[in-house]
Design a protein around this ligand. Structure first.
Ligand code: MCN
Ligand code: CUM
Length: 796
């Protein structure tokens, strides 16, 4: 009798299958943007502004034109004559492609040169003479709204101040009542410093316009090729079928490759004008100073507490620095992304958030960097406020969380800001973490250490985060609803080609999507090729960010597989000469219910689809599926860090990190663990060393890897991983997103741990990064250390 297939052996759900894409990556056979060379290709360089805020009096390009090998020099004025000096952003603002009137941040694009090789182009950029008239620079939200602040966006007709938006959400009256009834009010002010996703591969594009066919092909480092195609079609008024966006192998994205950058636009325009392929590759400094940054946001948080530990209400007031242009890629309904997902794992009767966004003389951005639309800041603020509140009440921090968690039988649960969570086991998740770290033991060790003058601390961070926009009812970008798609073609030999509208940047989609097909159809994962990123071949999709691929495109993969299985069942009935109703399915095989030995494999059905289909049946075995999820997915986690702070130097060492993650059913446990370890590494980086800041003139400190630090394996602590599995109730295979969880929840665990070690000093907060000198200052001067180093917000 035939045996059902072993799902793990065929690489189905739960198999820690080795990543198929690594085969080419570790052999140096990847195909990144800079590997692509087209016949007759020219090279583009960008001249960037050295000043943060200045009027442009004149630009003299004559010397640049004199350099042999220069093919084109573009300035804002020339772009303006084609109505292309400004482009719309994904947040209904405008952004300069090349500056015309003013430069508004250091590193802004002022001119570009297209030449035979990149060196000539660079030399020619240096030969361009720009006459700038410097203006005072604004480098913080506080300065942006100060009396007499210069107006940054004087290009906009109705803009009379530097405020981008003033937004509120939640229940104001209810929250006021909660505060009136509180026994204790806990307050905390925090800053989440500006940081950068910094993928190892910078951004770039190669535009190739063919006048004869009118087709524009653009190879581009983008996480969302179909959105780019739509944007090019709408902005440049080119017919959509004549635009092909190809996102080749990406050397990481981390959110940096979601926005639309001027470099992309200029390479496209240059290729149209010159009728030659034009390549633009950013250098590291260009990437760090001009492309989508993240965070840079201040919080004033207040918690209304009852003496017994119950949280009655929360007030949050955020002040976000958006730089010179509001170019966030985020759902259009929510001005501050999903900041209001804060406190979703806690049962809090009332909450209110007001959020202000300001223009400053810094690069635009805000939501990029493993964040799912500001969820990273939301959870950091939440978990720092939770620790401060527990301290203020004198309640153990684990116990305080337990008192306030939403209980397992309380789902679906309406969060304080109106989201609907559908499942969770937060208490269990915390318990697994406490057990793993040896919580009670550590508290004893900490007391003993204190007697010897040593400072130990433990930090906990628990959270649930919304991943996977949409549903299309609430989530759209520029009016385009958020859903996703998959297309599956089973060849006659039973091998298959799967394409989705997502775009992997290192997450391993080529490996994991094949595992979903294996699970649904019993076709071994190694027989399924996965392709993404080419708009001419991939079905429409909104791209990969907000850890939406598994929740949305991954669900579409399961759904299209089921459609294919439904047709295969008809073929099986035909082959077995019984009614479809008498057919049963087990992994990889249909059989006759009354005679289980009589069966046909999925491969035999595939062959029949091309060689022996029943009368009247359309040949072939393929289908597509568009999936609009009913809700976001709500993974949750508990991260715990223990540290020792050296009282002599302020240096802190991580003793132990425990991570407990619940992302529902894990498709590939090894890949999931890789995502968590990578995320924890970033969390450690942000809490300990990583920041971008600006001096009073708007000069960017953090424009290279000497100033902006990426931790290597040497600095990074070890991580101990555990799991809880609560399947997502609405996802076809019960999976939730995982791509950002550890980056989102991790930073608070490290900061809470250091603040716990410093508890006796009376300091309540040190803003990230917790550099040794800042920790030392808090230790010795026994006060908070606030703002972004090295330029403190209180100095400026
Ligand atoms: N996965 C799984 N089981 C689950 C959930 C996920 O096996 N229950 C697998 C997925 O199939 C996928 C990976 O884990 O291979 C991540 O899945 P998911 O959580 O759906 O996230 P996305 O694929 O949508 O990736 C986006 C997310 C984001 S938004 C950022 S930012 C980030 C991140 O992924 N950028 C990354 N992780 C990154 N990892 C790498 N290597 N490079 C980046 O640029
Ligand atoms: Cu916001 S970084 Mo990821 O969502 O591409």
């Amino acid at each position: 009798m035939a045996q059902a297939l072993d799902e793990i052996k065929i690489g189905g759900l739960g198999a820690s299958r080795r990543r198929v894409e690594d085969n080419r990556f570790i052999r140096g056979k990847g195909n990144y943007i800079d590997d692509i060379v087209l016949p007759g290709m020219l090279h583009m360089e960008i001249l960037r502004s050295p000043l943060a805020h200045a009027r442009i009096n004149s630009i003299d390009i004559s010397k640049a034109w004199d350099i042999p090998g220069v093919r084109l020099v573009l300035t804002g004025e020339m772009m303006a004559s084609r109505n292309l000096a400004w482009m719309p952003t994904l947040s209904y603002d405008t952004q300069a492609v090349l500056a015309t009137d003013k430069v508004r941040f250091q590193g802004q694009e002022v001119a570009c040169v297209i030449a035979d090789d990149p060196y000539i182009a660079k030399d020619a950029c240096e030969a361009i003479v720009v006459d700038y008239e410097p203006l005072p620079a604004i480098v913080s939200p506080q300065q942006a709204v100060a009396e007499g602040a210069p107006l940054i966006r004087d290009d906009k007709e109705n803009q009379h101040d530097n405020v981008v938006y003033d937004w509120e959400v939640g229940d104001k009256e209810g929250t006021d009542r909660a505060f009136a009834a509180a026994d204790v009010i806990s307050e905390l002010e925090l800053h989440y410093p500006r940081s950068h996703p910094s993928p190892l591969e910078c951004c770039g594009s190669i535009a190739d316009f063919n006048r004869a066919t009118s087709k524009l092909t653009v190879y581009m480092t983008t996480q969302a090729p179909h959105i780019i195609r739509a944007a090019v079609a709408l902005v440049a008024e080119l017919p959509e079928q004549m635009i092909r966006i190809i996102s080749p192998d990406l050397g990481g994205g981390f959110g940096n490759k979601v926005p639309v950058y001027p470099g992309y636009v200029m390479s496209i325009l240059a290729s149209i004008l010159l009728e030659r392929p034009v390549k633009w590759i950013e250098d590291r400094t260009g990437n760090l100073i001009s492309t989508g940054f993240a965070r840079d946001i201040y919080l004033r948080g207040e918690m209304a507490l009852r003496q017994d530990g119950k949280i009655l209400g929360v007030r949050m007031r955020t002040d976000a620095d958006h730089g010179a242009f509001f170019s966030d890629a985020q759902p259009s309904k929510f001005k501050i992304g999903l900041m209001h997902s804060a406190f979703s794992c806690y049962d809090i009767p009332a909450a209110h958030l007001t959020a202000r966004g300001t223009y400053t003389n810094k690069a635009p951005g805000g939501v990029a960097y493993r964040c799912s639309f500001r969820v990273t800041e939301a959870m950091f603020f939440q978990e720092r406020m939770v620790q401060a509140a527990a301290d203020d009440l004198g309640i153990d921090q684990a116990e305080f969380r337990r008192i306030n968690f939403v209980r397992d039988d309380d789902f679906p649960h309406r969060t304080p800001f109106g989201f609907l969570t559908d499942s969770g086991q937060y208490g269990k998740c915390l318990d697994v973490g406490l057990e793993a770290v040896g919580y009670q033991d550590f508290l004893r060790q900490k007391e003993e250490a204190k007697r010897e003058g040593r400072l130990l601390g433990i930090g906990i961070s628990t959270m649930t985060e919304p991943l996977g926009a949409g549903n299309s009812r609430e989530y759209d970008i520029l009016g385009i609803k958020m859903f996703d798609s998959a297309e599956l073609r089973v060849h006659m030999t039973g091998k298959a080609l799967l394409r989705t509208g997502a775009k992997t940047q290192g997450q391993g989609h080529e490996t994991t999507w094949a595992q979903i097909v294996a699970h649904e159809l019993g076709i071994p994962a190694e027989d399924v090729t996965v392709e993404e990123g080419d708009t001419d071949t991939a079905p429409f999709g909104m791209g990969t960010y907000a850890s939406r691929s598994t929740p949305v495109a991954g669900a579409a993969v399961a759904m299209v597989s089921r459609k294919v299985r439904a047709k295969a069942r008809k073929l099986a009935a035909h082959l077995l000469e019984v009614s479809e109703d008498d057919i049963e399915w087990e992994l990889g095989r249909f059989y006759v219910r009354s005679a289980p030995d009589r069966g046909v494999t999925i491969q035999e059905c595939a062959m029949a689809a091309y060689s022996n289909m029943p009368d009247g049946m359309e040949p072939g075995l393929e289908n597509n599926a568009y999936y609009d999820p009913p809700n976001l997915t709500w993974p949750f986690a508990c991260y715990i860090a223990t540290v020792e702070v050296d009282p002599e130097t302020g240096v802190w060492d991580v003793l132990n990190v425990v991570a407990v993650d619940d992302c529902g059913v894990r498709i590939n446990p090894m890949i999931v663990e890789g995502q968590i370890m990578g995320g924890l590494t970033e969390a450690y980086a942000m809490s300990s060393m990583q920041f971008i800041t600006f001096d009073a003139d708007g000069n960017c400190v953090g424009s290279n890897y000497m100033d902006y630090l990426l931790p290597t394996a040497w600095e990074t602590p070890g991580f101990e991983l555990h799991e809880v599995v609560t399947p997502c109730p609405h996802h076809p295979i019960g999976a939730k997103g995982i791509g950002e969880c550890a980056t989102v929840g991790g930073p608070a665990a490290f900061v809470n741990a250091v603040m716990d070690a410093l508890r006796d000093t009376g300091a309540r907060n040190i803003d990230m990064p917790l550099l040794p000198d800042r920790v030392y200052e808090a230790l010795t001067e026994r006060h908070d250390v606030s703002g972004a180093p090295p330029v403190r917000s209180d100095d400026g």
